[in-house]
Design a binder for this molecule. Structure first.
Ligand SMILES: [Zn+2]
Length: 446
């Protein structure tokens, strides 16, 4: 899992930036060296990491015609020439550098199209030293093709409804770790970040195929995304569910099976305190409501309401996902687990964290690497998600409309035929063992 450790590094990073401002005059005497540059290209974001001998004051700005990004590092020089190979990136064409006479090292990134830069310094962590990270987000993101929702046959129930206004349920899928943070590592050297991304992609593919649902990939390449950033991304997309996918590690190689986590009560109350403390200076919306114009007590009540309903939905989906996983693999914990994982702290997006298996267990490590097993895990999670949202349909979503009230003489196969759905799926989403249905019962139509 390892997310807690990384969360601390975020705090450390913040402190590091503040410290840096105070230390700047002292640092002016020493010349910082750039010891290497690494590039992590991906469609959504290209990350460059400069390995530094010490923290460096820097500024970043963009130039156009042609598109470039300039990074000036104070009192810095290159320890070795910059790599001048191809970076396998659609965005980054090349790297150049120049020593300015005032001790500034200027690095120029040649781009194929416009991108927004974001920079931050990282303190030494594990085998890495001081680093300057530059994230480049293309400003003209190629939008994925609009999802086609398979039109259902018009029925008495749905004919009068204006289908345009019904929305998809949005599922944010978060592959844990990434980039410099490999996550847990199996005895054969399998990296958690890689297998969880493969599982996440499988799950996204299944969600995409599901009528009335739409996936958002929080990480879709080999780069690190901060834990708060993951939460913010899900909230910006107004996700109805956030699933963080991981693969556990334990000192005991025999530990095995899946676990599903939701935020603990303690984690929720510390997060509430954080929101209430900063509510005066931030116009963040909680469940569509702004807290910063509310009195303390009202803000607290609103936040509490939002967190309570989020927690209920988190628990509901977590239980459904755990049940799904139990059908395809061993379950490590029979009950939903509670923990203070930072990535689960959205006050208004139901969030679950799935430890798909123990990567530290040689047998499970092997399974995690197999495409077949990755698909089975994704399918099991999809089954849980589907079951939850069909049993708890969100108002205003397409799924909420797909219901059939059984009249006298209806048979299950006729209903399936009428809505053009698979009979097995119809049984599955309604939890039916056989084909017996009762008049007046409501069937959920997948
Ligand atoms: Zn993990």
């Amino acid at each position: 899992m390892g997310s807690k450790i990384v969360d601390i590094s975020v705090i450390v990073r913040r402190i590091a930036c503040q410290l840096l401002l105070c230390l700047a005059p002292v640092l002016a005497f020493a010349k910082t060296q750039v010891q290497g540059v690494r590039v992590w290209p991906a469609a959504e974001k290209t990350r460059l990491v400069f390995d530094l001998s010490a923290p460096a004051q820097h500024r970043v700005f963009t130039l156009t015609k042609p598109h470039r990004i300039v990074i000036d590092l104070a009192n810095t020089r290159l320890a070795q020439p910059l790599p001048n190979r191809r970076f396998n990136s659609d965005l980054l064409r090349g790297l150049r550098s120049a020593d300015k006479n005032n001790g500034i090292l200027r690095v120029v990134l040649d781009l194929t199209h416009a991108a927004r830069p974001k920079s931050f310094l990282l303190k030494p962590y594990k085998k890495h030293g001081h680093r300057l990270v530059i994230d480049l987000t293309p400003t003209e993101i190629k939008k994925p093709p609009q999802k086609l929702v398979k039109p259902a046959k018009p029925t008495k129930e749905v004919a009068s409804v204006n289908r345009e206004k019904l929305r998809d349920v949005v599922i944010a899928i978060d592959a844990g770790h990434g980039g410099e943070d490999p996550g847990a590592i199996g005895p054969q050297g399998t990296q958690e970040k890689k297998v969880v991304l493969a599982i996440a992609r499988e799950l996204a593919r299944l969600v995409e195929r599901e009528p009335g649902m739409h996936p958002i990939m929080i990480r879709n390449g080999d780069y690190y995304v901060g834990l708060r950033e993951r939460i913010n991304e899900a909230r910006q997309h107004k996700a109805d569910l956030f699933i963080s996918i991981h693969a556990d590690a334990f000192t005991h190689p025999k530990a095995r099976g899946a676990s599903v986590y939701v935020l603990s009560e303690k984690g929720a109350s510390s997060e509430a305190a954080r929101y209430l403390a900063k509510k005066e200076n931030e116009s963040d919306l909680i469940g569509g409501v702004s807290l910063n114009d509310k009195g303390d007590l009202l803000a607290q009540v609103l936040l509490d309401l939002s967190q309570t309903s989020t927690r209920e939905a988190s628990l509901g989906t977590a239980a459904a996902i755990l049940a799904g996983l139990g059908k395809v693999s061993q379950v490590h914990n029979r009950n939903v687990q509670h923990a203070g994982f930072a990535v689960l702290k959205s006050p208004d997006v139901p969030s679950v964290l799935v430890e798909t298996a123990f990567i530290s267990n040689p047998h499970e490590e092997r399974k995690l690497r197999s495409r077949h097993h990755q698909r089975r895990l994704a399918k099991a999670m999809m089954d849980g998600v589907r079951r939850y949202f069909y049993s708890n349909p969100l108002p205003g979503t397409l799924l909420a409309r797909r219901r059939h009230i059984i009249s006298r003489g209806d048979t299950l196969s006729e209903v399936a035929q009428h809505y053009d759905v698979n009979l097995n799926q119809l049984r599955l989403v309604n939890g039916l063992e056989g084909d017996r249905i009762k008049e007046g019962e409501i069937l959920l139509i997948p």
